[in-house]
Design a protein around this ligand. Sequence first.
Ligand code: HEC
Length: 198
Amino acid sequence: MNRKLTLIIIAALLGSVFVPAARAAEMTEKEKAMANPYPNDFGPDTLPEDVLKAYPANVQAGYKKLLSNKSGCAQCHSAARPLNSRFVEPEGGMDDAKQDAWIAKMKKDQPELFKDGAAWQVETKVWSRYVKRMMNKPGCNLQKADGKSIYEFLSYDSVKRKTGANAAKWAEHRKGLVEQLKTKNPKRYEELKEAKDL
Ligand code: HEC
């Protein structure tokens, strides 16, 4: 084989390996968020009025900030993604020991919360970690104070709407969303299942 042809073939092979990676790096966070759906996205992108009205004023304020598609959580994906998430941050404020104690109590009082990962992921500081993770994404327009306020909403709301007397209703809702992903986008369903991110 002549040298020039060999070089062309090598270049073509390298191209097919490196181009998709380069393309992924160029994708904006919004494109990434859109290209990779979650079961969460099939749920509602607002809370029912009666649920919201019962929340304290600071929590309601955080919710309103979350909804904004300019400075909140709906810049890259819809508000449905956080609102229908399986994440539950324990009661206890920012105190790790108190949150751990709440988990220990719930393991006795409501063990089902720890048995079905598709409905609940109860974890110390989980929302704190996720809000920071989203705020660190390139192109994120979230202000620090708004991040704190949104976090206050997410942690309060996750306990209220997903545990206690509302646990069974929540599990049914989440399972419905996972089923929708499974039928509408089986490839993505398998991918998330594999990554234990369902
Ligand atoms: C700059 C774009 C951007 C903004 C703004 C953003 N997100 Fe995301 N979000 C993403 C991308 C991309 C993903 C895909 C998974 C990942 O990178 O973590 C994602 C995924 C998620 C998930 C799914 C995680 C899982 O594993 O189940 C949740 C929940 C979420 N975001 C919550 C939020 C919250 C809460 C806010 C506001 C504080 C927010 N996002 C703001 C880009 C964004």
